[in-house]
Design a protein around this ligand. Structure first.
Ligand code: HEM
Length: 476
């Protein structure tokens, strides 16, 4: 394994000649519990750790009971670690165990050669050629979202826009992953969607729980999770069977699969080593990885723009030009041209990345940032903090993504991760986000609902804008 070079090491630690984890700086701890009492609120966990990074530097350690974590906040070091996968580093063991005990599998928790195979399956079915074909699904949902928002604007009431954005990404993701249109934008209270949301919520809760209480004590929420998982499994099996029957009846679908599920089944026919279990695991993975991430990215973008009427007007002008009036179907090529919309989403991700932290561990003993790390050391990588530190001027400036000068462009945004395991859904997420943002900006002006409490960051499965309420007005 190649350890990230010490030339990329955070200076503070290296200069002090720190040798072991015990020598790293960090917040003061209490006997036995360490820092557990400061991390008791999982929804604020990322903020607490980011605040510590400002005080203790770009590498420090934290104890939660008997477990030590090493936190790293420097972009170069994080990049080097993320690029040294799957051979040098893997996801946290506990993370894999938690997902596996929920019968989870798929590319997100796979490692080594198993990961290489599954990654091929996912990347092939999400390539640009296929994305172009999947665009019909994005278009239909964007038009439904537009109708929903027109209704809301005519009521002149504050709108919990995050709910609409979640329905938007749920409809796209489930149509892609299940080959089935749930249409939650127009028909609320879909049972399957209720199960998916519960699994997302409980996965987030378990991944950030200080102790795995559910292994000793099953609360009503844990029993409800078991029921939701069973219902989802039965539904996914059923959707796979239906997709196979459609493909057998119309073999052209193997050449030009209209959705991701059929894309994976086509890949399985071309390479019979892909098992049915792998297909099911990756359907679950995409349902969980594709919904809340993109919906909340849109939510943060709307929040950041709510006090920027000039930027809203520029986005509206760009959308008018690229998409045409609201009466025509949105063209794929038009969405591809939305440079300012893409820059705005990227800037929102830089400041409010929905995955502000990720966890990995070295597979073998290694030297990292001047510190000896035994195999299995839990590393917490502060993606958001590192991305913010590398940008020139501070604040929300989408134009920095369009400027040529290296002084103003962000050197690195780690919002989608980095290296061989970077997010394979990035292009799909940007396509969905641009289509929705441009349509919203073309048709509406908006501001925050003044009577609502301030929006706060809450780390659930993704980092969400808690309390986001806006007032929409039709653009004249
Ligand atoms: C704005 C929306 C999104 C953000 C910010 C995001 C962010 C991320 C991040 C930070 C990772 C970890 C990368 C790493 O370990 O280096 C990841 C992995 C992943 N994402 Fe996304 N994601 C988004 C949307 C999506 C969508 C739409 C899909 C699928 C349709 C998706 C599927 C995945 C998968 C399968 C992985 C695991 C990849 C692997 O382990 O090889 N994501 N994402």
């Amino acid at each position: 394994m190649t350890a990230p070079s010490s030339s990329t090491a955070p200076r503070a630690a290296a200069e002090k000649g720190v040798g072991t984890i015990a020598d790293l700086p960090g917040p003061p701890r209490l006997p036995l519990i360490g820092n557990a009492h400061q991390l008791i609120r999982p929804t604020r966990l990322h903020l607490t750790v980011e605040r510590w990074a400002q005080r203790h530097g770009s590498i420090f350690s934290v104890d939660v009971g008997p477990r030590s974590f090493v936190v790293i906040a420097e972009a170069d070091a994080i990049n080097a670690i993320l690029r040294d996968r799957p051979d040098g580093f893997r996801r946290w063991r506990d993370q894999r165990e938690i997902i596996e005990e929920m019968n989870g599998s798929g590319v997100f928790i796979a490692e080594g050669d198993d990961w290489r195979r599954q990654r091929r399956l996912i990347v092939t079915s999400l390539n640009t050629h296929n994305l172009h074909r999947y665009f019909d699904i994005v278009r239909v949902s964007t038009e439904r979202l537009q109708r929903r928002l027109l209704e809301a604007a005519s009521d002149d009431r504050p709108l919990e826009i995050a709910d609409e954005l979640t329905s938007y990404t749920v409809d796209i993701t489930s149509a892609l992953a299940l080959g089935h249109d749930l249409n939650t934008l127009e028909r609320r209270d879909n049972e399957l969607q209720g199960h998916i949301q519960r699994v997302l919520m409980m996965t987030g809760r378990r991944l950030s729980a200080p102790i795995p209480y559910w292994r000793r004590l099953r609360l009503p929420a844990d029993r409800a999770l078991d029921r939701s998982l069973a219902a989802m499994e039965a539904a996914v099996d059923d959707f796979i069977e239906q997709a196979r029957a459609r493909m057998e009846a119309d073999p052209k679908r193997y050449e030009e699969p209209p959705n991701l599920l059929e894309g994976m089944l086509a890949a399985q026919r071309a390479d019979s080593t892909f098992s049915d279990e792998e297909i099911v695991g990756n359907v679950f993975t995409i349902l969980l990885a594709g919904e809340d991430t993109t919906a909340n990215t849109l939510g943060w973008t709307i929040w950041l723009l709510s006090s920027e009427p000039e930027l809203q007007a520029r986005l509206a002008a760009e959308a008018d030009e690229a998409l045409g009036s609201g009466t025509k179907p949105i063209p794929y090529e038009g969405v591809e041209q939305l440079a300012l919309a893409e820059a705005t989403v990227q800037e929102a991700l830089r400041l409010k990345g929905v995955a502000p932290v990720i966890g990995v561990e070295p597979i073998e003993d290694t030297m990292l940032c001047g510190t000896q790390m035994p195999a299995g050391t839990r590393l917490l990588l502060l993606l958001r903090q590192a991305g913010i530190a590398t940008a020139g001027r501070s604040g929300f400036h989408p134009d920095r993504w369009l400027e040529d000068s290296d002084d103003t462009r962000p050197a690195k945004s780690l919002a989608f991760g980095a290296g061989p395991r970077f997010c394979p859904g990035r292009n799909l997420a940007l396509l969905e986000a641009k289509a929705a943002l441009a349509t919203i900006a073309r048709d509406f002006e908006w501001q925050l609902d003044g009577s609502a409490a301030p929006v706060r960051e809450a780390f659930k499965f993704a980092m969400v804008p808690d309390g986001l309420r806006v007032r929409l007005r039709r653009r004249s």
